[in-house]
Write a protein that binds this ligand. Sequence first.
Ligand code: NDP
Length: 267
Amino acid sequence: MITNEQAADTALLTPTPSVFSLEGKRALITGGGSGIGFDIARCMTLAGADVIVTGRREQPLIDAVDALGPKANYMVNDVTVRAELDQLVDTIERQYGPIDILVNNAGINMKKPALEVTDEEFDRVVHTNLNAVFSLTRACATRMVERNSGVVIMISSMAAYYGIDRVAAYGASKSAVEGMVKILASEWSGKGVRVNAIAPGFIETAMSKTAMGGDPDRFARAMRRTPMGTFGQPQDIGWAAVFLASEAARYITGASLPVDGGNSIGF
Ligand code: NDP
């Protein structure tokens, strides 16, 4: 027997595409011209969103994003130039309209034994993966809070949780992002803005190929840590992002969703 209160919510209990639809929403996806970010953009446009994708390079990323159709636009932007991020958000909102969804995807890795990492290298990774993420999130969330509506998604990493060798700066930056998710989610939970993370495992992109360095031993080690026994594909992260951005996830904030073929079950 369904009560009246439950009946009012049956739309959310029915797994129809509409619950997951992003129709009428606009997403800003940093570093979305290639790799995981590109597939987040692809999945979000398939779910009905308009997307603005950023990256440092022009070609071939402009052509790649153009191929996603009229709902996708590319803008050249380096997230590490923090003083320009407020202006970026302002320009996008004036040109296209309000940003409903921010996906902080742009990130860099650096694999090196900790004793060989210079201060400059450490700072470069933290600057991109953490400091810039805070600045852009603040710029977008200022407007989202005013509108009492918005979603922020951080692309974190399982390196935030585990002692993976040779990623001191990367792991530290992603752990800090995971901490920030909980704080921002708490601060903005009464202001209509949800903040969550996705923690990918081994996903097949340029970054993971570089990290593996073509070394079959490293690849075999990574697969031993992955109960499902395969690399994930960028669209596995894309659909998780669609879910977190959608109404289906309206009661989820401050969470980190592992999308990792089971890495997080434990090594
Ligand atoms: P890639 O290196 O394949 O792509 C990164 C993208 O980010 C590129 O399009 C790049 O474009 C852009 N980018 C890098 N720096 C900047 C910057 N300063 N400003 C704007 N754009 C920038 O990485 P992935 O797709 O693999 O990774 C995406 C995210 O997922 C990262 O945050 C990463 O840490 C995370 N992740 C990836 C995993 C994996 O296995 N691949 C695992 C766990 C997490 P351009 O060079 O033109 O700027």
